[in-house]
Unconditional design. Structure first.
Length: 184
């Protein structure tokens, strides 16, 4: 698939089959992520693959965070527990900013965001559907602890991947002209 076609046809899709994704496919997605640009070659990305019952551990952390934030409704807590089971593979992507004094921390985040986009495009090219989720629980200290991140580390996304249940819809975007200024 041509890269421009991949960019224009990739969609965030949550309707996926409960079918295992081969490790070799997951590894190709991870490798694509590592080819993102980053200043000083710090490669600040960290990956955590949750498959099978491993997803339950993430659900447990999400429930713990919800309870700390005051959620008591058993039905809502059960729904939260099941979130990681929306797809057969959840790749958690985190940033671990470099201690190099030349490094600007926000650029480390930018590198990991570029990494995530590479991963989404690679998954699309490999026939997978997926979506990128964050939200307040992603940034909670318990999440950082669960993934063993440093004080400076941060979860930047949960990427849910699986084989699509239906064809991807056509996308719509504003024309680039409406958000572009030329300085000559």
């Amino acid at each position: 698939m041509d890269v421009l076609e991949a960019i224009k046809t990739r969609r965030s899709i949550g309707l996926v089959r409960d079918e295992a994704v081969p490790e070799s496919v997951i590894e190709q997605i991870l490798e694509a992520g590592t080819w993102a640009p980053c200043h000083y070659r710090t490669e600040p990305w960290r990956f955590f693959i949750l498959i099978g019952e491993g997803r339950k551990q993430l659900g447990n952390v999400l429930v713990k965070i919800a309870k700390i934030n005051g959620e008591t409704d058993p039905k809502k807590l059960e729904k939260i527990q099941e979130k990681p089971f929306r797809a057969p593979v959840v790749i958690t992507v985190a940033v671990e900013p470099s201690d190099n004094p030349k490094v600007i921390e926000i650029e480390e985040y930018g590198a990991v965001y570029a990494c995530i986009q590479n991963m989404l495009l690679a998954a699309h090219n490999l026939g997978l559907a997926g979506f990128w989720r964050t939200g307040k629980p992603a940034y909670d200290p318990l999440m950082k602890e669960f993934f063993g991140l440093s004080a400076k580390g941060e979860v930047l996304g949960f990427l849910y991947f699986g084989y699509p249940k239906k064809d991807l819809p056509e996308g719509k975007r504003k024309s680039f002209e409406s958000v572009t200024g030329w300085i000559k």
